[in-house]
Structure formats: structure tokens, C-alpha cells
Write a protein that binds this ligand. Structure first.
Ligand code: OFO
Length: 165
């Protein structure tokens, strides 16, 4: 059985994962209308992944005798300026998510909830991967600079990342 404190923290994370899914969906749509197919595909996939993170939390909360709450979500922005800025935002967003996961891990220790602590390790590893991937992408972007041919290849590269993941 989850303590009220852990249940509340997990419910907050359910909302964060749902909002992350919306943020990346909005990025996907922005990239798609700009003709950046590879980037759009990457963001659509990422949006699906965040929904999966959310569902995993919902199932866990309900399985442990809690009640997963589906709440209203903050609307994501719809304009991202440049694809460089958009990926910088993605990176910052993942750092924010990692911090939020770490805070819950901390709460589970305070509450001596070792089952939830164990469950959250999957998210801890996932965040390490997501931050690393975002950093790799930002490194690639800084190599391209304003080169149009570079952007073309970068967009194609991201399509490749989609296929592999
Ligand atoms: Fe991007 O890992 Fe969930 O939010």
C-alpha cells in the first residue's frame, strides 16, 4: 500500500509525463510543418515514449492500492523558433524531469517505501539515457551551425535514430 505522500508524488509525475508527451507532440507538429521530417518523426516517437512512461506509473499506482489521477494538462507552446532552440528546450525539459524523478526517489527513502524505490530505478536509468541522447543531439547541432546541407543530413540522421530505437 502506498503512503499518501508517495501516492501524491507519483500522481504529480503522471501529470509531468503526460505534459512531456504533449510538449514533444507539439514539437513534432512544428517540425512537420517546417518540412523537417526526420526531426518530426523523432519527436512523434518521443511523445509516444512519454505516454508509455505515464502509463507505467498509472498501472503501478493502481496496482499498489492507490488511485492514479488523470488531470488537466498545461498546454505546450506551439512555436519553437529554430530547431536548435527546440532541442535545447528538449534537453532542459529532460533535466527538469530527472530532477522530479530524483525528488520522488528521495521521498520513497524517507517513507521507507523500498518497492517504489525499486520501481523508480527504471526511470532513473531512462533519464540518464534521455539526457545523454539530448546532449549527443546538441553536439551534432553545434557542429552543423547554419549549414543548410548539414541540417539536411542531421534531419536524415534523426530518422535513422528513430528506426534504430
Ligand atoms: Fe523523457 O522521460 Fe519521461 O518524462
Amino acid at each position: 500500500m502506498l503512503s499518501k505522500k508517495v501516492e501524491k508524488a507519483l500522481n504529480n509525475q503522471i501529470r509531468i509525463e503526460a505534459e512531456s508527451s504533449q510538449v514533444y507532440l507539439s514539437m513534432a507538429s512544428w517540425a512537420e510543418v517546417k518540412g523537417l521530417e526526420g526531426i518530426a518523426g523523432f519527436m512523434y516517437d518521443h511523445s509516444d515514449e512519454e505516454r508509455m512512461h505515464m502509463l507505467k506509473l498509472i498501472k503501478y499506482v493502481n496496482e499498489r492500492g492507490g488511485h492514479a489521477q488523470i488531470s488537466e494538462l498545461k498546454a505546450p507552446k506551439t512555436e519553437f523558433g529554430t530547431f536548435q532552440k527546440m532541442f535545447e528546450e528538449l534537453y532542459q525539459h529532460e533535466i527538469f524531469v530527472s530532477k522530479s524523478i530524483n525528488d520522488i526517489v528521495h521521498i520513497t527513502l524517507e517513507e521507507k517505501d523500498y518497492a517504489t524505490h525499486n520501481f523508480l530505478q527504471w526511470y532513473v536509468s531512462e533519464q540518464i539515457e534521455e539526457e545523454a541522447l539530448a546532449r549527443t543531439i546538441l553536439d551534432k547541432i553545434s557542429l552543423i551551425g547554419n549549414d543548410k546541407g548539414g541540417l539536411y543530413l542531421f534531419d536524415r540522421d534523426l530518422q535513422q535514430i528513430n528506426v534504430e530505437s
